[in-house]
Design a protein around this ligand. Structure first.
Ligand SMILES: C[C@H](O)CC(=O)SCCNC(=O)CCNC(=O)[C@H](O)C(C)(C)COP(=O)(O)OP(=O)(O)OC[C@H]1O[C@@H](n2cnc3c(N)ncnc32)[C@H](O)[C@@H]1OP(=O)(O)O
Length: 712
């Protein structure tokens, strides 16, 4: 006969042979998260367990369908008002997990679905771990992405289990580990099909053989880290690497390294104390607050349809027009992420085979990394088909065009699709600058026309702008937003207008960088300074990546539609006259040798082409500020004009579309941090010196006068 006990987040059944099956199911939540009530409930259930001499083993599992535990409740951390309060949350977690680890009764975690942050720390405290082989099962310590460190023993238990190098890698990147890899690195003891997970965990908890032997610490440790000098080398290398990546803008990585180091050098107790203290301090930093705000914004956006209560229509088939770099990328994410059959239409065989190759290369990389079987690759490839005519497109629910940026060609595409597809087929344009309303002018069904603007490379960049023109229907918006989400994108719905949001704020920043270059700053210094500020690459590297010719094409469109502040410096025409398009034709600001080496060498001849002398002049503070201020001011203008619906969308768009420094929380949060009055004053000073392109947005001036901020 089994016994049953219920304590709010937990319920437990004890079998006749003394195995307690402890189910975690936080009431009213989609996923289990660790919060104050969870800790109280755990204390109660744990005293039941330890007080029951009939219990011979415990299996901890989740009552949620596809997740184990998603970590500490980030909302709870948000409400902390002091470092001491946050530290005590970490200490409470440490205490609970210590109790599990020190228990004489064997405890096994049965993991299916995500086990992240505090969720994985809970599993690490158990004596053994078995997980399902499901694609939904992912384990990681992603705290660093929230500007935090694993605060409930993770910095101590993970290195002990998998070794310092692998633990550092997991904690400093926040990467999520799949079951097979978890088994290989010693993170879990067994991987089994989901259907037998509970049986396997029960069998494991009853197995006396492993309980007699103490588990060897760091089962997969290399020779280097088994001695203290070797470990110091690893820490030094990790610090250097992380600094190179973060430019010292993020405080969490150094605190992670410190906690691991102290634990290894001075013992678990000292390590846990530093871990909890560092956790408390990090929760209160501006960087963590900004990163948490991005988490809240993106989870909120996952729930939104983009068109109020209107629900999306299903997309069972898609068409992509144009097999270039963008078209190939869009087709690839449609097949591989959204798992929707996609037909690629191009005018040449070459275009079609390029597009197929794009998708094949992405999938094959996964096969090479053993993340995918060759047969799964072939199955996904079979979702991609091609046509030179409009064969097999009639039943498509959505068509995404990615042809040349030419209005006459786009108009022809609209007409072709209206003639060859059904009356409900959505026509989504991937234009980066042409107003959607203009593209829709020739449409018989303008309500079906919308913009769906991706960023290059499509399979990597997380943002998509969904652009509704005046006549786009709510159903078209909702369906396009849902389609972009299925492709793995975070879509923001923006209003129609040249450049939409992202390219508009990017263009002014790039133009200012061009001005600074013409004032004599060195190319490499300028890129370095903006990387130091927090951008993933500097403006001139970006121009090489995106294509100088692409920039030159967008520039005049923005200038004509939005005014003189978008005027690009004439000198830049000289680059095109010299056939410098950037990476695509191997000629740009940097020497393009086809290698992705981080040591980039400036092509010094470019100075001559621009009529400049080669320079090693550093970028001055005011020059850097000018580039940033142009981007901030234009972001405010976009909000003022209703191009973006909220500062939240503007922040997510800039971070996910351009790589605006995440630790600053996006342009709007950053303006709040600077103080709007200071932003306006700075813009006015620049306006006096450099002209009207710095004239502050009216919205900024009004808000600064009232002492307002974008976020309360
Ligand atoms: C002391 C410790 O060391 C400190 C910590 O543990 S810090 C927290 C570490 N954990 C994390 O960073 C994980 C954060 N969560 C995620 O990345 C993603 O939510 C996920 C990968 C778990 C799931 O993604 P997905 O399947 O797309 O579902 P998603 O919509 O994001 O989440 C489902 C729900 O769970 C909530 N949720 C998930 N993780 C949460 C968390 N850690 N805190 C609070 N809420 C969380 C979401 O807000 C959402 O709520 P809703 O149903 O009300 O909208």
């Amino acid at each position: 006969m089994t016994q049953e006990t219920n304590v709010s987040s937990f319920s437990m059944t004890i079998s006749d042979d003394g195995i307690a099956m402890l189910k975690m199911d936080v009431v009213g939540e989609t996923m289990n998260t660790l919060r104050a009530e969870f800790a109280d409930d755990f204390d109660s259930i744990w005293s039941e367990i330890t007080g029951n001499s009939a219990i011979r083993g415990v299996v901890i599992y989740s009552g949620k369908k596809n997740s184990f535990v998603a970590g500490a409740d980030v909302h709870m951390l948000e409400s902390c008002s002091s470092a001491a309060e946050a530290q005590s949350i970490a200490e409470k977690g440490q205490q609970i997990f210590d109790a599990i680890e020190q228990s004489k009764i064997p405890v096994v975690a049965a993991v299916h679905g995500v086990a992240l942050g505090g969720g994985l720390e809970l599993a690490l405290a158990c004596h053994r771990r078995v997980c399902s082989d499901s694609a939904k099962t992912l384990m990681g310590l992603p705290e660093v992405q929230l500007g935090l460190l694993p605060g409930s023993g993770g910095t101590q238990r993970l290195p002990a289990l998998v070794g310092v190098s692998k633990a550092l890698d997991m904690m400093l990147t926040g990467k999520q580990i799949r079951p097979k890899q978890a088994l290989k690195m010693g993170l879990v003891d067994q991987v089994v099909p989901e259907s037998i997970l509970m049986d396997a965990a029960t069998k494991l908890v009853k197995d006396r053989a492993w309980q007699r032997k103490k588990k060897k610490a760091g089962g997969v440790v290399g020779a280097l880290e088994s001695v203290s000098i070797g470990r110091n080398i690893i820490f030094e290398q990790a610090s250097k690497q992380v600094f190179k990546k973060t430019q010292g803008n993020y405080p969490a990585p150094a605190k992670i390294i410190e906690a691991i180091k102290i634990g290894l050098n001075k013992g678990r107790k000292a390590g846990l104390a530093v871990e909890a203290q560092n956790f408390g301090e990090l929760v209160m930093t501006d960087e963590s607050k900004a990163l948490r705000s991005i988490f809240f914004a993106t989870t909120e956006m996952k729930r939104e349809s983009g068109a109020g209560d209107v629900q999306p229509q299903p997309v069972n088939k898609a068409v992509v027009l144009g097999g270039g770099l963008m078209g190939g990328g869009i087709a690839a994410v449609t097949a591989t992420k959204a798992k929707v059959p996609v037909r690629i239409k191009d005018i040449s065989e070459q275009g079609l085979s390029n597009a197929l190759k794009y998708g094949y290369d992405i999938l094959n990389k996964r096969v090479k990394r053993r993340h995918m079987t060759p047969s799964a690759r072939d199955k996904q490839m079979s979702l991609m088909s091609t046509t030179l005519q409009y064969n097999g497109v009639k039943d498509a629910n959505i068509v995404v065009e990615a042809v040349f940026e030419d209005i006459a060609l786009k108009h022809q595409m609209v007409k072709d699709i209206e003639a060859n597809c059904s009356s409900s087929t959505i026509f989504a344009s991937n234009t980066s600058s042409l107003p959607i309303g203009e593209i829709a002018q020739v449409a018989e069904r303008p309500e079906n026309v919308i913009g769906l603007h991706y960023f290059s490379p499509v399979d990597k960049m997380p943002l998509a702008e969904v652009i509704a023109h005046e006549k786009t229907s709510a159903s078209t918006i909702a369906t396009t937003v849902a389609f972009a989400k299925k492709q793995g994108k975070t879509p923001i719905v923006v209003k129609d207008g040249a450049g939409f949001y992202v390219n508009r704020i990017l263009a002014l920043y790039m133009n200012e960088a061009a001005q600074v270059l013409l004032e004599g700053a060195s190319i490499s210094e300028m890129d370095k300074r903006l990387v130091k500020f927090g951008f993933p690459v500097g403006p001139l590297t970006l121009l090489d990546e995106v294509g100088i010719d692409v920039g030159a094409k967008i520039g005049p469109i923005l200038h004509t539609n939005l005014g003189d502040r978008f005027e690009t410096p004439d000198a830049f025409d000289k680059l095109l006259d010299d056939d410098r398009k950037g990476k695509k034709n191997g000629k740009g600001f940097y020497i393009q040798n086809g290698k992705t080496s981080s040591k980039k060498i400036v092509d010094e001849s470019v100075y001559g082409v621009l009529g400049l002398s080669p320079s090693n002049q550093t970028m001055k503070k005011h020059q850097l500020d000018r580039c940033i201020m142009q981007m901030l001011n234009e972001a405010a203008r976009c909000y003022e004009e209703g191009i973006i619906a909220s500062p939240r969308d503007g922040d997510v768009g800039a971070i996910f579309g351009i790589g605006f420094p995440p630790f600053l929380g996006g342009p709007f949060r950053y303006m709040d941090t600077l103080g709007l009055e200071n932003v306006v004053t700075k813009l006015q000073l620049f306006e006096l010196e450099y002209g009207s392109r710095f004239s502050p947005a009216k919205l900024l001036v009004d808000m600064a006068e009232k002492g307002d901020s974008f976020y309360k």
